[in-house]
Design a protein around this ligand. Sequence first.
Ligand SMILES: Nc1ncnc2c1ncn2[C@@H]1O[C@H](COP(=O)(O)OP(=O)(O)OP(=O)(O)O)[C@@H](O)[C@H]1O
Ligand code: SF4
Ligand SMILES: [Mg+2]
Length: 381
Amino acid sequence: MPDDRSKRLGEIKRFNKKMYKALAKERKRRISPAEYAVRMRDPDNVLEIDNLHTWFYTDIGAVRAVDGASIAIKRGKTVGIVGESGCGKSVMSLSILRLLQEPQGQIVKGAIRFNPGENRRAVDLVKLPQQKMDDIRGVDITMIFQEPMTTLNPVFSIGKQLGEVLACHNAQRLSTKAIAARCVETLKLVGIADAEGVYRMYPHELSGGMRQRVVIAMALMCSPRLIIADEPTTALDVTIQAQILDLLRALKDRVSASIMLITHDLGVVAETADYVVVMYAGRIVEQGGVQEIFHNPRHPYTIGLMRSRPSNETGGRLYSIPGNVPNPIELPDCCFFRSRCGKSVKACGGAYPPVISLSDTHKAACWLCAFEREQAIMGEP
Ligand SMILES: Nc1ncnc2c1ncn2[C@@H]1O[C@H](COP(=O)(O)OP(=O)(O)OP(=O)(O)O)[C@@H](O)[C@H]1O
Ligand code: SF4
Ligand SMILES: [Mg+2]
């Protein structure tokens, strides 16, 4: 007789199998342009993520990696995404590019509206047919991963790998010579002095910092509208990190792209981003301008993150937020931060807190903010 646990696991497996089958069928369906053509909420936004839910259907249950995230990225701005390990930062970025590990990883709900500019129609990336997605990925939206050595192929020269990006999306029908010239020009743009020499080299001949510059050049080859940088400096030493961040800052203005910068490092965000999004357990708990988040954090989780930063005033041990992130398979019905929150009140055990607008750009999802606003309204004559 199977015990309750193995019976439950059997049910999960059967459910997953049925769903993968339905997904495979859905993928074969012809999708008309009317289904994915959308209107941006604000035409100045390059990307609008709306109530995104990305789950992984594993053999032990559904991992709710992203569970109702909504953010917007303005044209030419850098948005820093912060939050502790496992809170869904990478899964959210992989959802934008539809690079999830399928069939387990699926966008179950929500929209990702992308504005390609130049009089092209905005599209919902969640509904876009695969072939159209291939035209956007690596061209309009590009990604810089953490480890340059795994991004670059060790058996091809830098020139070949850079040229291939352009050749694959060669809308301008450039000749081989013109592609090579463009590669050298882009290598110069990312601060590589001996661009012609590096063009002929292989990845193992370059230092970590140079390789990351090449990866950034690869991301810039097709003049993207949005660059997603997932921990772009974590694999580099501190001096090179600073150089790469300076490069990203300088490039943003020169290539007029928006940047979504994912990092654990609050110092990097403070120096680089215009806007900050704080994620916790798959949800956005607070977002706002850099000044608002760093000088007036309102969500207890953000306040904890800010306190855990090393600073000149902090003596002795650094502060760390007590407790752990909840299991993404069994998230509570109330505020996800409740078990770790030192400010929790009775209402926190009820429904998930609403998102409260604290200014035009500053928002937080916390009952305390909701009560403060209510009191402010009641206090008004
Ligand atoms: N392929 C997968 N299958 C199952 N669960 C996954 C898969 N990929 C990610 N997850 C889960 O999704 C959640 C979010 O992961 P994600 O990689 O987005 O975190 P992160 O915020 O980028 O963390 P880090 O800062 O460590 O990079 C985690 O609980 C992770 O275990
Ligand atoms: S809603 Fe309550 S438990 Fe959640 S962060 Fe705010 S005060 Fe803490
Ligand atoms: Mg990650």
